[in-house]
Design a protein around this ligand. Structure first.
Ligand code: PGA
Length: 241
């Protein structure tokens, strides 16, 4: 695993955007799993600008959505699907056939998970998985205590996730379950990147990088990924030894 510390959120985001763009230049048919959330917003904006300015062909790549709030419809501005449309798919005119997102309203989440796992397998696996880190150390909705061996699955959301998650919604929203890619996907992805910025992430970044590797802090798993990269700004790095 490699640790990269950047001066600020802008530098971090510019480098994260380059990671996605460089991969697509080398491998236009890449399979990319991206996260929603506050952390990657600027990354996606800068990535979209790069694609347009540098005329990068993204018509052959595949975008996989990391996770979704179960029961939250796609038109709700707090849903991950809404986020992907707003920050990535619409600005980049990504065609629906290139995107694979969990259906939060599915009548069978077991099927939904199976479908996602089969899609990833059929496409030859994930080339790049770029994720954020939750205040409790989660990756996607792989909450503390999760098995490292799972592919897609349904979870009961951790209390921290339910509380912190309110920031994405316009009004108080009942959140109970999530559907998410598993840490096995993360470990099997050819390159895995965790992004974090701001002082509020300093405590959990310290745990992720310095605590014993265990499912108590799911993000500790990045340290066992041979092609893992943790990209953070100086504020998020401020408590590291
Ligand atoms: P954030 O979420 O980017 O909004 O901080 C990260 C996460 O919970 O994984």
């Amino acid at each position: 695993m490699e640790l990269k510390i950047y001066k600020d959120y802008e530098q971090l985001s510019a480098n994260a955007a380059n990671e996605i763009a460089d991969l697509l230049k080398q491998k236009p048919g890449a399979v990319i799993c991206l996260a929603s959330g506050d952390t990657p917003k600027l990354t996606y904006q800068l990535f979209a600008e790069k694609v347009i300015n540098e005329n990068i062909d993204i018509s052959n790549c595949t975008f996989i959505g990391l996770d979704e709030w179960v029961g939250i419809p796609p038109e709700n501005e707090g849903s991950c699907q809404y986020f992907f449309r707003k920050y990535l798919f619409e600005p980049l005119q990504v065609t629906p056939g290139q995107t694979y997102l969990f259906n939060a309203l599915s009548s069978s989440f077991e099927e939904e998970c199976k479908k996602m796992d089969e899609t990833i397998l059929a496409k030859g696996g994930i080339d790049l998985m770029m994720v954020g880190i939750g205040m409790n150390g989660h990756i996607g909705f792989n909450e503390p205590g999760v098995s490292f061996d799972l592919y897609s699955h349904i979870v009961n959301l951790d209390e921290t996730t339910v509380t912190v998650g309110q920031k994405y919604f316009n009004s108080q929203t009942a959140l109970q379950k999530g559907i998410t890619l598993g840490l096995r996907h993360f470990m099997e992805s050819k390159r895995a990147i965790v992004l974090a910025n701001s002082a509020k992430k300093a405590g959990i970044i310290k745990k992720a990088l310095e605590d014993e590797i265990s499912n108590h802090v799911p993000a500790t798993i990045i340290r066992t990924h041979a092609q893992g990269v943790v990209m953070i700004d100086e504020e998020a790095a401020s408590l590291l030894k």
